[in-house]
Design a protein around this ligand. Structure first.
Ligand code: SF4
Length: 157
C-alpha cells in the first residue's frame, strides 16, 4: 500500500532537517569531548612524537601479517599473534601459515603419542586459529576484497 501525500510531506520535512540536526549534535559532541580531554593533548607534536607516530605501522609488521592494535598501546595478548583477532594476515605469507599449521599437526601427533594431554589442548587452539587465518586469506581476493560470490535469484513464495 502506498503512503499518503501527507506521509511524503512529513518524510521530506524530516529529510530537510536531519542533516542540520546531525551536524549540530556532532559539533556539540566534539566540543564536549574537547572540554573533557586534558589540554596538553592539544600541544604541537614534538619531532620525537611525530617520529613515533610515523613509525607506528612499521612497528606493527609481523612475519605473517600486521598487528592492528591501536597506536600507543601495548600488546595485551602476550604476542600470541596467530591466535590473536588483531592479526591481519598477509596473503603473501600464506605459505608460512601453512608451515605453522603443518608443524602444529605434527606436534599434536607427538603430544598424543607421548601422553601430554595438557599440551594437546593449547596446540589445538593454535591450530584452529591458524586455519582461521589461512581461511581469512583464502576468502579475500588478491586486492583484499572479500569475494561475496554471485547473486542468486530468490524464489517467490
Ligand atoms: S598478539 Fe595481537 S595485539 Fe599482540 S602483537 Fe600480536 S597481533 Fe598484535
Amino acid at each position: 500500500m502506498h503512503g499518503s501525500t501527507n506521509d511524503h510531506a512529513i518524510r521530506n520535512d524530516v529529510l530537510a532537517v536531519y542533516p542540520t540536526e546531525t551536524i549540530e549534535a556532532h559539533r556539540a559532541f566534539v566540543a564536549r569531548r574537547r572540554a573533557l580531554r586534558p589540554a596538553e593533548e592539544y600541544h604541537t607534536p614534538t619531532d620525537a612524537e611525530w617520529d613515533d607516530f610515523l613509525g607506528h605501522f612499521e612497528r606493527r609488521k609481523l612475519s605473517v601479517g600486521t598487528c592492528a592494535r591501536a597506536f600507543g598501546t601495548a600488546c595485551i595478548h602476550e604476542h600470541a599473534c596467530v591466535r590473536c583477532s588483531l592479526l591481519r594476515p598477509d596473503p603473501t605469507q600464506r605459505g608460512r601459515l601453512v608451515e605453522i599449521q603443518d608443524n602444529l599437526v605434527d606436534r599434536i601427533t607427538e603430544a598424543e603419542r607421548e601422553g601430554w594431554p595438557g599440551e594437546i589442548e593449547g596446540l589445538r587452539v593454535s591450530l584452529a586459529a591458524t586455519e582461521s587465518k589461512i581461511n581469512q586469506i583464502d576468502t579475500a581476493s588478491p586486492g583484499g576484497l572479500v569475494n561475496l560470490g554471485l547473486p542468486a535469484l530468490r524464489r517467490e513464495r
